[in-house]
Design a binder for this molecule. Structure first.
Ligand SMILES: Nc1ncnc2c1ncn2[C@@H]1O[C@H](COP(=O)(O)OP(=O)(O)OP(=O)(O)O)[C@@H](O)[C@H]1O
Ligand SMILES: [Mg+2]
Length: 278
């Protein structure tokens, strides 16, 4: 039932956990690591500085191996195609080190949207919690939907829309352009391009955001599944909570169980943890 690339990738991730103490960019003689930004499902993301120009970039490092190289090829090709859009993170270049494949991306200084929502959420532990004001959410969600429409118009589905995969650009710079915040979509690691790829059938994504049909282990419409996840994201932006997150929620629990069993060998969770919603 699972696509080979997912199974191979899972094996790579489990067998070679990343080590965050050394500078993984040392052998490039071009980049210096400043700090870790995240350690995720498919690798790690570091903030790096270019030795000559002093420019800061985010570099996504994928451990080299047959499966990651295949997956990274696809991610890079997709990003090259899409990153001309103002709300999709700009791809800059790709390089190899003995251990890693590095994808250089423009740096989003505001972190990701889940951190931004957490910073703005008031009454965090109450069922009356409020996150972003409606007027701001309208502007920000429009940016996200314009990026998603751009992908879908080109036959590309993201399959992992969530707050952690939406980046927040430098807030001061955005304000100077008269926009409260500029958001950019990132992470096309699970994307599918309908021109080259098989139909969507792999269960992937993040349990809190996943569309019910994706769990049915049958082919599904990736665009519709993205729209479901975008709906969950809209709820999260407004409330700071997930719409389906009760401990007794059968659908969520099925999703988490499937993640544990089939996707990565360990639960791959979205990072907002506030529970107790409808
Ligand atoms: N260009 C960037 N600027 C700033 N932060 C970034 C950038 N790209 C990624 N990040 C941070 O790194 C995190 C992981 O990035 P990304 O989703 O691309 O990697 P991943 O390995 O696929 O992770 P995951 O499996 O957790 O989704 C993002 O949620 C964000 O916090
Ligand atoms: Mg991600």
């Amino acid at each position: 039932m699972f696509e080979d690339e997912v199974r191979d990738h899972v094996n790579d991730v489990i067998s070679e956990p990343p080590c965050s103490s050394e500078d993984p960019l040392k052998s490039t003689h071009t980049w210096v690591k400043l700090r870790e930004l995240s350690e995720g499902y498919s690798g790690r993301v570091v903030l790096a500085q270019h030795i000559k120009s002093h420019q800061k970039k985010a570099i996504k490092l994928l451990k080299r191996g047959a499966s990651t190289t295949k997956r990274a090829d696809k991610e890079v090709q997709t990003m090259m195609l899409l990153s001309v859009h103002p709300h999709i993170i700009r791809f800059e270049e790709v390089f190899l080190t003995p251990q890693y494949l590095g994808i250089v991306l423009e740096y989003a200084a505001g972190g990701d949207l889940s951190d931004y929502i957490k910073r703005k959420t008031v009454n965090k532990n109450s069922s009356m919690s409020r996150a972003l004001p409606e007027s701001l959410t309208r502007v920000l969600f429009h940016q996200i939907m314009s990026a998603l429409e751009f992908c879908h118009d080109r036959g590309i589905t993201n399959r992992d829309i969530k707050a952690e995969n939406i980046l927040v650009m430098d807030e001061k710079e955005s304000e100077s352009q008269g926009i409260p915040v500029v958001l950019k979509m990132c992470d096309f690691g699970f994307s599918k391009d309908q021109r080259f790829d098989s139909a969507c059938k792999t269960m992937c994504g993040t349990a809190e955001y996943i569309a019910p049909e994706v769990m049915e282990q049958k082919p599904y419409d990736g665009k519709q599944a993205d729209i479901w996840s975008a709906g969950v994201l809209l709820f999260v932006m407004l409330t700071g909570r997930y719409p389906f997150s009760r401990a007794t929620d059968a659908r969520l629990n099925t999703g988490l169980a499937l993640q544990r069993t089939h996707w990565t060998g360990s639960p791959r969770k979205a990072s907002l943890s506030t529970r107790g919603s409808a």
